[in-house]
Every structure is written in C-alpha cells, then in structure tokens.
Design a protein around this ligand. Structure first.
Ligand code: MTE
Ligand code: CO
Length: 424
C-alpha cells in the first residue's frame, strides 16, 4: 500500500484540525478566513436536555434507537417465489465487532417460521442406539455439561448470486447470509453417549419440526466432535426465526445442516440421501458432474465499510473494516488492498479470534479522494488462502450456487460512492 494510506502523526493532527472546523460549522478551507457561524448543535440546549425522558419500564424489552430504524434485515423480492421459502440478509454494512445482534440475524426458512410450544416440544433419539430416548426441554436443561460457544453460521448459498459476475449492490446482499452468535446448550456427544451409539452407527439424521421437516445426514465423526444442541443464543432463548426452542449447531459447516426446531435424531449406517443433500446443496461443475457433501465453509472475508450501502463521505482519515471467518479453524491473517490487488497491507484484528467464529479487521488510512478498488483476502490457520473469483471459477465453473468464497471487490469512486464490481 502507498505511504499516504498509512496513518501518521501528521495525518492525525490534520484529522483533529478538520474535526474542529467541522464542529464550528465550517466545511471548506476558504471559509476558514471568515468568522465561524455558530453551530446550533453546540449553542442551543436540545429538548433531550431540557425535559425528562420516559421512565423505566417504558420499554420492558428494549429495542434500538428510532434513529437506527433503517438498519434492518432485508430481502430481495425477485429471488424467491414466496416469503415462506425465502431468505433475508444481515445488514453487515452497519454492524461492528463480531457478534450479530439477535434481531438482525438473517433468516432462511424452507417453510416459514414454525411457532413451537416448548412445553409440547420433544427431542427423540433413536435408530442404531442401545436405548431410544425422548427429551422434554426441561430434561435437556437439567442435563449436566452445559456449554457456551460463539460460532458463525453461513448459508451455503451466501454469495451464490455472484457466480456469473457482480450482481447485488451491497455486502448485506452479497454476503449477508451469515450470522455469528453465542450458543448455549449441550454437546451433542453428551446426548448420543446417553443413548449409546452402536458400532455400526456412522451417520446421524437431524430433522426439524417445521412443515418442511428439514432433514440432513451428518457423519457421526462430526456429530461427536463439536456439534451442539442449543436452546439459547446471545444470552437468552433462541429467537423463533433461529429455531426456538431447539436447534442443531454444526460449527464451520454449511448453514443448511444446522437444523432448526430440532425434533429428531436418528442414528444409521449410511447417509439418507435426502433432497437437501442430492438435488440441493450439491455443486454442479462445468463438466456436468456434481460435487456432494461439501460441508465445510472455506475461509472468506468481506470489507463491510466502505461498501455500496456505506459509502465514504469525507477525504482524510477513514477506516476500512470488515469480517472474516473460516470453517477450518482460527483466522490467521487478513490482507487488504485499495488498488485492486497490486499492494496488500495486513489488517489489524480486534476483538476475539475464536476458531469457527467471525473476526473483525480494521485498516486505518488516509483517503486522498482517488478512485479505489478495495478487496480483502483471508488466510486461516491451516494456511488456506481465500481465492480470487477467477481462481474459483477455474475449478468450479459458473453453474454452482453454493460455496462461493471468492474475493469481493468494491469500487470506491472519487465522490465516495461505492459499487460491486469485478476485476480480472
Ligand atoms: N432448519 C429447518 N428446520 N428448516 C429450515 O428451513 N433452513 C436451513 C437451516 N436450518 C432450515 C433449517 C438453512 S438453508 C440455513 S442457511 C439455516 O438454517 C439458516 O439459519 P438462520 O435462519 O438462523 O439464519
Ligand atoms: Co441455507
């Protein structure tokens, strides 16, 4: 990256100067010669200082400030035929840190949100086990060995609309089928051990209680390694959209396997070849063959700001920020370029860097108003490096929907407007 993109003491000084003048209501250098016009935001006492605010219990369950009401999940109407079998997207461009607020987690349902009464909900474990078991929610919560983990969940179809070229204008839409929250529950292994998996039991079928009865086959090795059954997220009960009262957590693997409204686990000796692992969630290659059982979500990253919904507004000091994640473990390094990949700078990570969980990166820089091609490139602890879209297409063709982890490019124009583009 060029010299003028790294913050120096001088640039920090000029930042303070700009800030002081902006506070005095001065926009340009020419105006600096005149007497500053008083800024009413400084000279007038606002209503919120004059009057009492609402008391406690005005909002027994709080919600964001009304000034933030535009920060919401959004869908793309033409994508799906109905809203019951559809998806909306996390507003990544407006978020910071690594934890997705529960009310902004993208939703993906095949048959809408099931409204499940926890008192009537049961989890059954059967098949190749020593004893079949049925649990109530109360039974599960009394079980010893409860755990907490933060994991990302990425739909396999995230960025799926971008295989044939840049299409959707906003990281909310290109990358927003992801969320990263804390889960509270039990290791799946605890329950499987209680049931006693027979030696021939090499696969597990997970089934949801929604009217899609979503079903996926999961290899027993993964089920015993780090899967969870979770009834909580971000400190409280799961949200209905996320599978209340119980969901399966399959760390690092494609979102479709994280069965919501989980009601049944069957142990078997081979995969069930359900719709979601045959006609769907397989990857059609250029030669007509399809890859299947591509469960792991490979390392990926995206700059969330600037991005089409979060353009740059001022020259001078600015922050490039984004998120990265890998289904293979911890994130090692994220590099950022502002010149379309000619020069790369390693970004600063801040906040937790937990395996199979999102990390947040920052690059503070001075923008001189030039046009930029911004990209980020993630490398995980296995040494896997996020590929360019071109590299990905060489191997995968353009027929796929799922598992597009190619490097994203944003074109920042000299007026700050930002667009989804591709460079070759
Ligand atoms: N589980 C059930 N029972 N029904 C569903 O439609 N959708 C799956 C998975 N689990 C689904 C489900 C898909 S495709 C994804 S990407 C994730 O849930 C989405 O989880 P979220 O809605 O919490 O974002
Ligand atoms: Co999905």
């Amino acid at each position: 990256m060029t010299d003028n993109s790294s913050p120096t003491a001088a640039s920090r000084r000029s930042f303070l100067r700009t800030a002081a003048f902006a506070g005095a209501g001065l926009a340009t250098g020419a105006a600096q010669a005149q007497t500053p016009k008083p800024d009413p935001a400084i000279t007038e006492v606002p209503d919120w200082t004059r009057y009492l605010g609402p008391g406690v219990q005005n909002a027994p369950y709080g919600s964001p400030s009304k000034f933030e009401k535009h920060i919401v999940r959004q869908d793309v109407e033409w994508l799906t035929a109905s809203r019951e079998s559809s998806v909306n997207f996390t507003p990544l461009h407006a978020l910071d840190g690594v934890i997705t607020p529960s009310g902004l987690c993208f939703e993906r349902h095949h048959s809408g949100v099931a409204e499940v009464d926890p008192a009537k909900h049961r989890l059954m474990i059967h098949g190749l086990v020593d004893k079949s078991l049925v649990f109530t929610m109360e039974d599960l919560k009394r079980f010893p060995g409860r755990i907490n983990h933060a994991y990302f969940l990425e739909c396999a179809a995230n960025s799926g609309m971008e295989w044939r070229g840049a299409q959707l204008n906003g990281c909310q839409f290109t990358h927003g089928m992801i969320h990263n929250v804390w889960y509270h529950g039990l290791p799946l292994k605890t329950l499987l051990d209680e049931a006693g998996v027979k030696p021939k039991g090499k696969w597990l079928l997970a089934e949801g209680a929604d009217s899609a009865a979503m079903t996926r086959s999961i290899p027993m090795e993964k089920a015993l390694k780090d899967c969870m059954i979770a009834w909580g997220m971000n400190g409280e009960a799961l949200r209905p959209e996320q599978g209340y009262p119980l969901r399966l957590v399959v760390p690092g693997w494609e979102g479709n396997m994280w069965v919501k409204w989980l009601r049944r686990l069957e142990v078997g000796d081979e995969p069930w070849e359900q719709r979601e692992e045959t006609s769907k969630y397989t990857d059609l290659l250029a030669d007509g063959r399809a890859r299947r059982f591509t469960w792991i979500m490979d390392a990926k990253s995206v700059v969330t700001s600037p991005s089409p919904q979060a353009p740059l507004v001022q020259k001078g000091p600015n922050v490039i920020t984004g998120i990265a994640w890998s289904g293979r473990g911890r994130m090692q390094r994220i590099d950022v370029t502002i010149d379309g990949g000619k020069n790369w700078t390693t970004a600063r990570l801040d906040g937790p860097n937990m395996p199979l969980s999102m990390v947040r990166f920052y690059l503070d820089f001075d923008w001189d108003g030039r046009e930029m091609l911004i990209q980020s490139r993630a490398m995980d602890e296995t040494g896997y490096v996020q590929p360019t879209k071109e590299e990905l297409r060489k191997v995968r063709g353009v027929n796929s929907i799922y598992h597009n982890n190619g490097i994203q490019t944003w074109l920042v124009r000299s007026n700050g407007e930002t667009e989804n583009v591709e460079i070759s």
